[in-house]
Write a protein that binds this ligand. Structure first.
Ligand code: FAD
Length: 458
């Protein structure tokens, strides 16, 4: 970008301190956690914006986008930069729009809908909601750091999804407001089904400036770790709890040994050679739960009341994609996949994967309720990376045996596995960002001025 363009951004914000150009700062705010993937590391290292702008509101964003549209400057929205697929990495320079200063919870309505700005941290929202008798329906294990706008833009689900589904399900996102990238940027409200035009579109088709998020009634939770000598027994017990409607749970995570040996701070609760399960279970059910675990051969190695996100240990810090982080700390050759199993044949699918790949794949199972209300076994398996070819072989094998893979080693919305077959994200981009200036390069089926209205086979 030219110096006069930076000067124009300063004049639009009226505040020099919110237009950042120091190279180290810009570099840092151009990165996310793409380095989890050895494939993306090669592709995205060194990609950097020209400037970072920190807006304070939707009107200011309209002015910024109006200017960037006229000047053909790419704009990449950023929450907290905890995405794993390089979603927030600007591929073509330009402006990173850092929404962290738009972090207000405007209201928690009596019906349990939170009205928020996009930069609010999920951990803050969870804590504030609990004070009013509500809690997040689902949240990523990065809850403390990540933002609500970033979760909607690039995330999917996590803790809580076993009971409440993912972000896309059960009208959890009631409505959201976006600013478009047009000669005269508009502020558009998306309600009901229309939210799916924007969800998980990686900021390629609008900048989210306001969110109406449905919460769940708060529960008093306990954290519990149960060890089993055998992975299959651990899986059976976890499936029983995850799918049993009589159990009130927020987290059910199973780790094959030696994954729990990577969890240094809680290693004392992980008996050598055993599979381990982490639970968040309603405190009122804890006694019955522990006795059910013991009756099936489980050993309770830890249990304690959940005291919110400051709990120590905080079990969610080891689950969902945090598991990969602990594995990488132990050996940086580890990476991961994101899989969905068939609930009826999951045991056979796991057996086939083990037979073919052995310890190259370590099972870390998670559960979520799908849109039809069925609880599905999924996994974010820890994978020992040998080569991109071997990784692709594993992905192909998964798909051949009916295991769904949301490939975390690609840097575009369509390739990641959560692109909507009804194509609404692409259609919204055609309406709201006809010049392809919002996070360009991430929605690869988009053609400026094109008429692509159907997704190709991906
Ligand atoms: P960013 O990384 O800043 O942004 C994500 C995407 O959203 C980008 O494409 C960005 O351009 C876009 N975006 C950001 N703000 C806006 C906006 N206002 N308008 C439009 N687009 C916007 N994800 C899960 O779903 N579940 C998990 O359990 C989970 N666990 C994780 C564990 C680890 C250790 C790590 C590193 C990541 C994990 N993730 C998980 C991924 C990520 O942390 C979450 O999805 C998180 O919610 C992203 O929030 P963020 O604020 O960091 O978003």
């Amino acid at each position: 970008m030219e110096p006069q363009q930076i000067a124009a951004l300063i004049s639009i914000t009226g505040d020099e301190s919110r237009v950042l150009t120091q190279p180290m700062v810009v570099e840092q705010l151009s990165r996310d956690f793409y380095w989890y993937s050895p494939v993306l590391r090669r592709q995205l290292d060194g990609k950097v914006a020209d400037a970072v702008v920190q807006p304070l509101g939707a009107t200011e964003i309209q002015s910024l986008l109006r200017y960037c549209h006229a000047q053909n400057i790419p704009v990449t929205a950023r929450g907290a930069g905890t995405g794993n697929y390089g979603q927030a990495v600007p591929l073509h320079g330009g402006v990173v729009l850092d929404l962290s200063r738009m972090d207000q919870i405007e209201e928690i309505q009596p019906d349990g809908v939170a009205v928020c700005q996009p930069g609010v941290r999920l951990g803050v929202l969870e804590s504030e909601a609990r004070k009013k008798g509500w809690e997040l329906r689902c949240y990523p294990s990065t809850v403390v750091k990540s933002s609500l706008g970033g979760f909607l833009g690039g995330g999917s689900g996590g803790i809580g999804s076993v009971a409440n589904g993912n972000l896309r399900d059960f009208q959890t996102v009631r409505a959201l407001q976006v600013v478009t990238m047009e000669p005269e940027p508009r502020v558009i409200l998306h309600e009901g089904e229309a939210v799916h035009e924007i969800l998980h579109a990686w900021g390629t088709n609008g900048v989210i400036t306001r969110i109406w998020l449905a919460l769940a009634p708060a529960v008093e939770w306990s954290q519990c770790m149960i060890a089993f000598s055998d992975f299959h027994a651990a899986y059976d017990f976890s499936e029983r709890i995850a799918t049993g409607p009589e159990w009130t749970k927020r987290l059910v995570t199973v780790f094959e040994w030696p994954i729990s040996s990577f969890f240094t701070p809680v290693k004392q609760y992980a008996p050598e050679g055993k599979a381990l399960i982490f639970f968040l279970i309603a405190s009122e059910q804890l006694v019955a739960f522990e006795s059910a675990a013991r009756a099936t051969g489980g050993q309770v190695t830890y249990s304690g009341t959940y005291l919110g996100l400051r709990s120590r240990p905080l079990l969610s810090d080891y689950t969902w994609n945090h598991t990969t982080l602990w594995a990488m700390k132990a050996d940086d050759a580890y990476t991961y996949l994101q899989c969905g199993f068939d609930p009826d044949t999951v045991r056979d699918q796991l057996r086939q994967l083990k037979e073919k790949f052995g310890d190259e794949i370590l099972f870390h199972m998670e559960f979520w309720k799908n849109g039809t209300g069925r609880v599905i076994p999924g996994a974010i398996p820890v994978v020992y990376f040998k080569s991109e070819e071997r990784l692709n072989e594993m992905i192909d094998f998964c798909r051949a045996i009916g295991v769904f893979v949301a490939n975390p080693h690609v840097n575009n919305v369509e390739g990641g596995g959560r692109y909507r077959p009804d194509n609404v994200q692409l259609l919204a981009k055609q309406r709201y960002d006809p010049k392809n200036l919002l996070n360009p390069g991430k929605m690869v089926t988009f053609q400026p001025e094109g008429q692509a209205s159907r997704a190709p086979n991906l």
